[in-house]
Design a protein around this ligand. Structure first.
Ligand code: GLU
Ligand code: MG
Length: 431
């Protein structure tokens, strides 16, 4: 009987995709059905894609991308390498692309980029916490681990999880540049090598999935929540962009960067999509607060990286976009980013002056004089910025932008209606 089960276990393919809100979804088929899945697709209820704003959009199809086929190299019962995984596009029953498929939306913006004679490679620094599996989320203590930035923690459960995730990523075709302990106790970072934007977004999805599967095997749980604890660093998803704008294209590459800054507020609705995202934007934790760029300062929104190789290569520019967090849907984030960059190129935007000091330390008057804007203070402000921004709306597609705003507005309202412990502690006896 057990052997039979093993046989079965060795013959499954997990077909994965990401919903609009960035959550992983999956349909599992026996390997015997893969041929049909590749040719015809696998029917599923398309409303699963739209997060908790469900519509009557039934009968979509998943079309697995053969280039993403890999053996699952971690997880309970999966370490034998028997299960496979493929990332899917979502198509209409007649096989044409579905306008709310995040992967297809990103491909569309990559076509726009190519038409403009530009190319983009993206890497990512993915930060996350590994916390005790059993503890209640609401009352969890700040982790007691003494380790910090780049500390060696040989033998800790956290290091074991991080190592297993890295090995599994590599075995599944996702190239890892490095990994290390991050600043806060129990905080880690895995850096993905720069690659094609769709592959990078697939890689981020695979990383999140693996971390969630591997951590419980070591008594831990992985969280990509942007700011799990007040008083500790939050977790960012910094993107390393290498932009090639062709011969004589340095100016166009800079206009692309200026486009990102021009639409920074609306981008936040995609890059920092949950209520909690905005608690990361506070002073003291190396997360950006203001819409600035710099070459040397450590935590602007956008850093132009000095890199001999790219400086020599004409028309190439390396940017580090430090705003996003891991609650973001990486496909939609990159699609929106490309839309903003191309708007900058079309309008020939110039970069504003660099800000090489902490904008938060400048007197308010000077910030105003230099036109230094703050990032949206909360999710509601970011959603309003998205609603008012035709470029980001167009980059995502009207329908998807609308869905995102609706779904996140519900989240915001629920948060607003909740009376938090802090409020009672602050006001109950004082007022
Ligand atoms: N954790 C910081 C953030 O929230 C970034 C730290 C770093 O520079 O690696 O963006
Ligand atoms: Mg980091």
């Amino acid at each position: 009987m057990n052997e039979e089960r093993d046989e079965l276990a060795a013959a499954l393919v997990h077909l994965t995709f990401m919903d609009l809100l960035g959550l992983p979804k999956e349909v599992t088929i026996p390997t015997g059905r893969l041929d049909e899945a590749l040719h015809v697709g696998v029917a599923f209820d398309g409303s699963a894609l739209e997060g908790f704003v469900r519509t009557a959009e039934a009968d979509m199809r998943l079309r697995p991308d053969p280039a993403t086929r890999s053996r699952l190299m971690a997880g309970p019962g999966r370490e034998r390498g028997g299960h496979e995984r493929m990332v899917c596009d979502i198509v209409l029953p007649d096989g044409t692309p579905y306008d709310a498929c995040p992967r297809s939306i990103l491909r569309g913006r990559l076509r726009d980029l190519e038409a403009a004679g530009m190319a983009l490679e993206v890497g990512a620094e993915v930060e996350f916490f590994l916390l005790p599996a059993g503890a209640e989320a609401g009352t969890m203590e700040v982790p007691a681990e003494a380790a910090g930035y780049f500390d060696a923690t040989r033998g800790s459960a956290g290091e074991a999880v991080r190592g297993e995730v890295v090995v599994a990523l590599e075995a599944m075709g996702v190239r890892v540049e490095a990994s290390h302990h991050e600043v806060a106790p129990a905080q880690h970072e895995i850096d993905l090598m720069a690659t094609h934007p769709v592959a990078l977004a697939d890689g981020v999805a695979t990383l999140r999935w693996l971390a969630r599967v591997v951590a419980p095997m070591h008594g831990l749980r992985a969280t990509f929540m942007p700011k799990p604890f007040g008083g500790l660093s939050g977790s960012g998803l910094h993107l390393a962009l290498t932009l090639r704008a062709g011969e004589g294209g340095q100016g166009r590459a800079q206009a692309f960067a200026a486009g990102i800054l021009a639409h920074a507020a609306a981008l936040c609705a995609v890059a920092n999509p949950v209520v909690n995202s905005y608690k990361r934007f506070v002073p003291g934790y190396e997360a950006p607060l203001y819409v600035t760029w710099a070459r040397h300062h450590r935590s602007p929104l956008l850093r132009l990286v000095q890199d001999g190789r790219h400086e020599r290569e004409r028309g190439a520019l390396r940017l580090e976009y430090r705003g996003p967090d891991s609650a973001a849907n990486p496909y939609l984030l990159l699609a929106a980013l490309i839309g903003c960059g191309l708007d900058g190129v079309e309008r020939g935007l110039a970069l504003p002056a660099a800000v090489e000091e902490s904008p938060g330390r400048l007197p308010g008057e000077e910030r105003r004089r230099r036109g230094i804007r703050r990032l949206p203070a909360d999710l509601r402000a970011a959603l309003d910025a998205l609603a008012a921004d035709a470029v980001v709306t167009q980059a995502l597609g009207e329908r998807v932008a609308q869905r995102l705003i609706e779904a996140r507005a519900i989240e915001w309202e629920i948060y607003q209606e909740t009376v938090h412990t802090w409020e009672r502690e602050q006001y109950l006896d004082a007022l």
